[in-house]
Design a protein around this ligand. Structure first.
Ligand SMILES: [Mg+2]
Length: 111
């Protein structure tokens, strides 16, 4: 893959949307719903399968749809995704300290 940044990918997504004048249909609610629908389409690829084998082209397509929706949602609410991820990892590091959770799959609030 080329050296894309979140900013350059967002620009691409917005151009695709704006060339079609679709912003009029993209409320925060609808874009959030689209994100969940596209994530469900990723899950659907694994549905009823006995193993992790999946058609890679379809997985790539659906992951692209998820990122498309996420970038639109971030633009809509002016969320800096790099900051959001960095902040969330910091919160998770506090919630799941290595010394307590290394090799453990329990949730932080499980006894
Ligand atoms: Mg899709």
């Amino acid at each position: 893959m080329d050296n894309h940044t979140l900013a350059s990918l967002t620009k691409k997504v917005l151009k695709f949307r704006d060339d079609r004048n679709w912003a009029q249909f993209h409320t925060g609610k609808d874009v959030a719903m689209d994100l969940c629908v596209e994530a469900a389409e990723v899950l659907e690829l694994f549905l009823w399968k006995q193993d992790d084998n999946v058609k890679m082209e379809k997985l790539q397509d659906e992951m692209g749809d998820v990122l498309y929706a996420l970038l639109l949602l971030a633009d809509h609410y002016r969320v800096d995704l790099a900051k959001a991820l960095t902040d969330k990892i910091k919160k998770n590091e506090e919630k799941y300290p290595v010394e307590k959770f290394r090799n453990s799959n329990r949730k932080y609030n499980d006894q």
